[in-house]
Write a protein that binds this ligand. Structure first.
Ligand code: UD1
Length: 418
């Protein structure tokens, strides 16, 4: 089994290049199923979630070629089925995007219920509601969600909760549906906007992405073209928290600073140095830090996918900080694992209370999900002594070249096989 050996306790220093956004890539790759032509997608991160979604569309008949490590050439003109492979689908949450993409393409979709990180109950009722209001009929059995889109056409959807996945699925189903669709209470995350920009560049008519009302006028077909994925907000935030936790000085490059404002605001509140450039943000320690409170919220709020990284960073700050989870029912399970390194974090329902400032202790820890894994790497980087992190399959789902990137910042980190 592979693991990371991290001998921490040194401030990170230098520059790190941020890769393309995972959550945009796993939406845009299935969106190519709607395109009647060849798509060239650039800035695709080299991560296992991308490999999984590529395998899924390949099993449907798409032809996918790689050019270098970060460009995919996708030709979905010869798809052969609207039935997704159950064995592949359970491996990742984003397999649910095949529902919207296949119903848009074939007016029919059979897709297994999705897998992915376990943060408690992960319902898809809002996705199914959107399909119904787009005049599809939806049935489920043990193996598949079956969407009959023979009457697919534009409609009004009012979401009861702000859901990234349901918003993206509704967009995918609506772009080729005749008539006009209005999505209200839509998610505003950067990857929702990126998906809309991709589809618009291929001929779709989507307006309002990035606000909570998205209006789509169905078009008869989409044409091929070239598109470059936005930088990963969460990967950038992870390196920013690692820089902060080690009291380092790191320039995080190839980012869209606007996407990072909820994070930089918290860093300024703590007393960290933050310098914003056009496409970069420098984070540096410049004196003692103060404990703060954070609540995760849908964009433009503080992202839930940076909650575990924030919790461990706050463990390095003197005083009591409170982090409240405002998106997922249950996203603090990893604290039990983290307690091997820092046992002064208590969880009370949706709140973690962090008594910061005591030393972290090196330990053997297991990444329990993708972002919890990132928080364990940050804990190890901030801790004197050698920590072992296993469960790397979770980390590999979403972080491109994580060992090389941290090593280039001066970290003593290696990947070893037992
Ligand atoms: C996406 C991200 C994930 C991130 C999350 C919130 C991808 C591949 N994953 O997940 O990393 O943590 O956004 O930013 O982009 N909900 C319902 N009914 C639904 C759908 C969602 O009640 O039909 C609830 C969920 O239980 C959760 C909240 O809405 O409490 C947000 O979920 P959602 O935005 O849908 O998350 P995902 O799209 O699955």
């Amino acid at each position: 089994m592979e693991k990371l050996l991290i001998n921490g306790g040194k401030p990170l220093k230098g520059e790190v290049m941020i890769s393309g956004a995972k959550n945009a890539a796993v939406a845009i790759i299935p969106a190519t199923l709607l395109v009647n032509g060849v798509c060239r997608i650039e800035n695709v991160p080299d991560i296992s979630d991308v490999d999984s979604i590529v395998k899924m569309i390949t099993s449907l008949g798409a032809k996918v070629e790689r050019e270098g490590i970060n460009t995919l050439i996708i030709d979905s003109t010869q798809l052969k089925t609207y039935v997704a492979d159950p064995e592949l689908a359970v491996k990742m949450r984003a397999s649910y995007y095949l529902m919207g993409a296949l119903v848009g393409r074939f007016k029919n979709a059979h897709v297994p219920p999705p897998g992915g990180c376990n943060f408690g109950v992960r319902p898809i009722d809002q996705h199914l509601k959107a399909f119904k209001y787009l005049n599809c009929s939806v049935t489920t059995d043990d193996d598949f969600v079956k969407i009959d889109g023979s009457s697919l056409s534009g409609g009004n959807v009012y979401f009861d909760v702000v859901s990234v996945g349901a918003t993206i699925n509704a967009i995918l189903a609506a772009v080729l549906a005749p008539g006009r669709t209005v999505l209200e209470s839509a998610a505003k995350e950067p990857h929702v906007v990126d998906l809309a920009n991709f589809l618009n560049s291929m001929g779709a008519q989507i307006k309002g992405a990035g606000t909570d009302v998205i209006k789509i006028t169905g078009v008869p077909s989409l044409k091929g073209g070239t598109y470059s994925i936005i930088p990963d907000q969460i990967e950038a935030g992870t390196y920013m928290f690692a820089a902060a936790a080690t009291r380092g000085d790191v320039v995080v490059k190839n980012v869209i600073p606007k996407h990072l404002e909820a994070i930089t605001a918290k860093f300024l509140e703590m007393g960290l140095g933050v310098d914003e450039g056009d496409e970069e943000v420098r984070i540096y320690a410049k004196g003692p830090l103060t404990a703060i409170n954070i609540k995760t919220m849908p964009y433009p709020g503080f992202p839930t996918d940076l909650q575990p990284q924030a919790v461990i960073m706050l463990a390095t700050v003197n005083g009591t900080s409170i982090v409240t989870e405002g998106v997922w029912e249950s996203r603090f399970q990893y604290v039990e694992q983290l307690a091997k390194m820092y046992d002064k974090i208590s969880v009370d329902g949706k709140r973690a209370i962090i008594k910061g400032g005591a030393p972290l202790v090196p330990a053997k820890v297991t990444a329990t999900d993708l972002r919890a894994g990132a928080s364990m790497v940050i804990a190890a980087l901030a801790c004197n002594g050698t920590t072992e992190v296993d469960g790397l399959r979770h980390i590999d789902r979403g972080y491109e070249h994580i060992v090389e990137k941290f090593a280039a910042l001066g970290a003593d980190i290696q990947r070893v096989d037992d």
